[in-house]
Design a protein around this ligand. Structure first.
Ligand SMILES: Cc1cc2nc3c(=O)[nH]c(=O)nc-3n(C[C@H](O)[C@H](O)[C@H](O)COP(=O)(O)OP(=O)(O)OC[C@H]3O[C@@H](n4cnc5c(N)ncnc54)[C@H](O)[C@@H]3O)c2cc1C
Ligand code: SF4
Ligand code: SF4
Length: 806
């Protein structure tokens, strides 16, 4: 048996491991592979740290290759171990823990270090970089105890860190040395638009500021600037750039300039030693984004595996800011120069700005703000240096075929070109997977190749590749996010058809719109029932057979088949008479457990089905809807009536809101809260709608969620009076009812529509009044389901005697 060659990789990061993945595909049995990584983790997606910090992902979610993956591929992995020496004579590497391993081929992929400004005080506790899981965990932990962060650096990384801090409930200042943010990716117009948008999300900018000193004794307390001004800070993150991690190479006598110098095949100045990723310098350029590193990795893997390859000739880079509700894209060259001309669209009403820069009739760069859907197409035209002679110029900013020939198709891309930058998936890999595995949808491509698994920005390109690879077999309708497998229509199409065709029953909708399955399924039937009721509140008769069991029974079914009964308790306020009544009923029906819920109500748990209607009758209280896709609770603090800090009557406000909206059907459950001052004891920041009293008024926070996907609500309006709180809440809830997809919580809805959009709708008086009008109608027809059940023998027979709950 021939001996395998020994391949050693220094650096267990994105570029090194991506190269190994390629090598395993090209030559699975050629090498004995050993990887060293300083960090105590398997390989993870560093890009997605910003999502972890923003609370949208967990550390486990961003691991690319688990420990099992290394084992399965026979890779020896040394985590938490740093290589401190390369001996090019003996062809060995040695770690800080004393491990020495010999290599036939060596890849250096040590990445970069975050650059720390050498400021006086930079060594104080609470001053950190933003580069690793450890940094991210430190920031999240610090946010629990400290309230004010300062980020030095208004570039991509700094802004993502700042957004993360806002999500963690901290106040944040972004200090930047220039007078505009992301100046290396955006022109002034786009930069200003971005700044405005981020300010509206709560970020504060200190531009044109040079930090002179970090203040504090042991721990940071603030910053002092060269103009003499100061700011407070409990935590300082430096996001001012990176320096390639090259000391190891320098010590080994490998040629290093800013990065480790490599040729077009990623070879260093010493035979059998290669470098890839941020530590490398190719044709004078070091790249700080993953797409080029993956392109390098593909070439290096072929070179090492002895497979013919084209040289790596450099990359055109593009950036996208990963901040929810903000769409920014920048690629290639974007600053106007002497020999450049540009095509621009600026729509101040919609907050959209698009600019394409052209030199000698070739597209050389683009900046997009507010609508980045043209990004992938323009990027291809930049990469391909598309000659636009003969193009209708304005059409360059439109989809191909819309108006003149402005297209550039995926057909022109080389197989090596990276489609999904987050996960390093090339066009070739996607096309082969489509052909070999018979894939037909973006979802299938995602599951099979991981392309678009992360931020999803490349979905349109994946879709184009499906169309290009499958040709006539490509089924456009299969690409839509349809309501469910019973129908090829999306939610909006169904609602439009209900309105246009005047449809009024669940079965009618299914038969007129061509349901594939006569009975529908558990996903579509409740949704149609909801949409019909939302469109026609006055005429529509609710179809209880299209509701989930909890809603059909008007009580939560528990895991042992018993039910729970939760009477409504407006604003969490009760009285002795009601308490006595609840106690008496609980005793009479041997309720095994009585519990206070998280929403400040009393839960009678373990009730037998046959006792439900009698209990409701004896309680004679309204249903708390603890089971429904409906308005559930309005949690309140004690407020000004009793609290020393309260500035408003939070209990009274909560009771008013709950009385106004009780029983309202919504796309998903809705929980609200009212706090009597910014101390926020009712936790209004994590509710579907949170109301917080402030000096002289109320703040309304939308889209908060305390559930599995914790999300902090966004401030959408500040109003003065109680009547306005009700008016804005009406408009907000009605807009959610009309535009939400059934099953979608407000947290997802707010992110889908964008906070700005919701702010705009609420601020528009005409729209607000219209929404309130439709809400009035919706509320006017609601009846309490418990009372209905008590009154109706038929309901009692049908639901509580005859049909067994499944
Ligand atoms: C928060 C954040 C967000 C980002 N967002 C984006 C984005 O949206 N888009 C984008 O394209 N790029 C983004 N980047 C940049 C991207 O993550 C990097 O370009 C990429 O990770 C670089 O890959 P690499 O393998 O060269 O280095 P790394 O991924 O940094 O890997 C290098 C690894 O080598 C290890 N190492 C170093 N020296 C040694 C040694 N002597 N012995 C053993 N191990 C060693 C290090 O510990 C490290 O784990 C972001 C970066 C950060 C920090
Ligand atoms: S999932 Fe695709 S789009 Fe996101 S970064 Fe990834 S590459 Fe870009
Ligand atoms: S939020 Fe304010 S008013 Fe309400 S209980 Fe807390 S401190 Fe008192």
């Amino acid at each position: 048996m021939t001996q395998k060659e020994k391949l050693v990789v220094i650096g267990n990061g994105m570029a090194g491991v991506n190269t190994v993945e390629h090598i395993l595909k090209l030559a699975p049995n050629q090498f004995d592979i050993t990887i060293f990584g300083s960090e105590p983790h398997p390989n993870y997606n560093r890009i997605l740290l910003s999502y972890v910090l923003a609370g949208d992902s967990k550390v486990d979610d961003i691991v690319i290759n688990s420990y099992e993956w290394y084992k399965e591929h026979g890779i020896s992995l040394y985590t938490g171990e740093t290589i401190t020496k390369i001996n090019t004579e003996s062809k060995t590497v040695t770690s800080d823990k004393g491990t020495t391993i010999s290599y036939d081929k060596l890849i250096i992929s040590t990445g970069s270090n975050a650059f720390m400004l050498p400021l006086p005080g930079a060594d104080k506790e609470g001053v950190i970089a933003y580069r690793t899981i450890q940094d991210c965990e430190y920031m999240m932990e610090a946010a629990k105890n400290y309230k004010k962060a300062v980020v030095i650096g208004g570039g991509l990384l700094g802004l993502e860190a700042a957004r993360g801090f806002l999500n963690l409930g901290m106040k944040v200042d972004v200090v930047h040395i220039c007078d505009s943010i992301m100046e290396r990716q955006l022109d002034r117009t786009a930069s200003k638009m971005l700044q405005d948008k981020l300010e509206s999300q709560g970020m504060n900018f200190l531009l044109n500021k040079q930090t002179e000193k970090i203040l504090g004794k042991d721990r940071v307390k603030g910053l002092k600037f060269s103009d003499g001004s100061k700011v407070d800070a409990d935590l300082v993150v430096m996001a001012v750039g990176i320096t390639p991690n090259v000391q190891l190479a320098v010590d080994a006598g490998i040629e290093v300039k800013r990065g480790i110098v490599v040729n077009d095949f990623l070879e260093t100045s010493i035979k059998d030693i290669f470098a890839v990723g941020e530590c490398a310098e190719h044709r004078g350029i070091g790249y700080g984004l993953v797409a080029p590193l993956f392109e390098q990795g593909a070439v290096l893997a072929k070179n090492i595996a002895g497979v013919d390859t084209n040289p790596y000739e450099g990359s055109v880079v593009y950036t996208k800011l990963k901040v929810s509700g903000v769409d920014v894209f920048s690629g290639g060259q974007f600053i106007d120069g002497e020999n450049t001309k540009s095509i621009k669209i600026e729509d101040e009403f919609s907050g959209i700005y698009k600019k394409v820069l052209i030199r000698e009739n070739k597209i050389i760069g683009a900046v997009l703000f507010g609508d980045t859907s043209d990004g992938s197409r323009l990027m291809q035209m930049i990469r391909n240096e598309t000659d636009i002679t003969g193009f209708e110029k304005a059409a360059i900013l439109q989809e191909p075929g819309e108006n003149g020939n402005a297209g550039s198709s995926v057909a022109d891309m080389s197989d090596e070109e990276i489609i999904c930058g987050c996960n390093g998936v090339s066009k070739g890999e996607i096309c082969s997977a489509i052909k070999e595995q018979g894939l037909t949808s973006v979802e299938e491509v995602k599951n099979c190749t991981t392309a678009s698994r992360s931020c999803g920005g490349c979905k349109p390109l994946v879709n184009d590749l499906l169309e290009y690879t499958l040709g006539d077999e490509f089924d456009k309708s299969a690409q839509k996010e349809t309501m469910c497998e019973c129908i090829d229509l999306e939610k909006d199409e169904i609602v439009t058809q209900i309105k246009e065709k005047g449809l009024s029953h669940v079965r009618e909708v299914m038969s007129v719109l061509g349901w594939k399955n006569d009975e529908g399924c558990s996903k579509c039937r409740p949704a149609i029932n909801y949409y019909l009721g939302m469109v026609n509140p006055e005429q529509y008769k609710d179809d209880s057979t299209s509701r989930f069991v909890n809603e059909r029974m008007h009580a939560n079914i528990q895991k042992d088949g018993t039910y729970s009964v939760v009477p409504r308790m407006y604003g969490g306020v009760t009285n002795p008479a009601d308490l006595k009544k609840i106690a008496t009923v609980a005793e009479k029906y041997n309720v095994p457990k009585v519990k206070i819920t998280g929403g400040q109500r009393i839960d009678l748990l373990g009730v037998k089905k046959e006792d439900l209607t009698n209990m409701w009758e004896e309680l004679d209280m309204p249903s708390g809807y603890a089971y429904g896709k409906a308005v559930r609770t309005v949690k309140t603090c004690v407020g000004e009536e009793f609290c020393r800090f309260g500035t408003a009557d939070s209990m009274g406000m909560g009771i008013q809101i709950e009385k106004r909206f009780e029983r309202l059907n919504t796309p998903a459950k809705v929980k609200m809260a009212v706090s009597g001052c910014p101390r926020n004891c009712a936790e209004s920041g994590i509710k579907d709608l949170g109301v917080v009293a402030i000096d002289g008024g109320w703040e309304l926070y939308a889209g908060g969620n305390g559930g599995v996907k914790l999300r902090k609500g966004d401030l959408v309006s500040t109003v003065k009076t109680e009547a306005e709180v009700i008016e804005y809440t009406e408009a907000y809830l009605q807009y959610y009812r009309e535009t939400g997809v059934y099953g979608e919580r407000t947290s997802e809805w707010v992110e889908r529509l964008g906070v700005q959009h919701i702010q705009d709708v609420l601020a528009d008086e005409t729209k607000r009044k219209e929404l309130c009008g439709r809400m009035d109608t919706a509320l006017s027809v609601l009846k309490d389901p418990w009372k209905e059940a008590v009154k109706s023998e038929k309901i009692q027979k049908d639901l509580y005697e005859v049909i067994e709950a499944k």
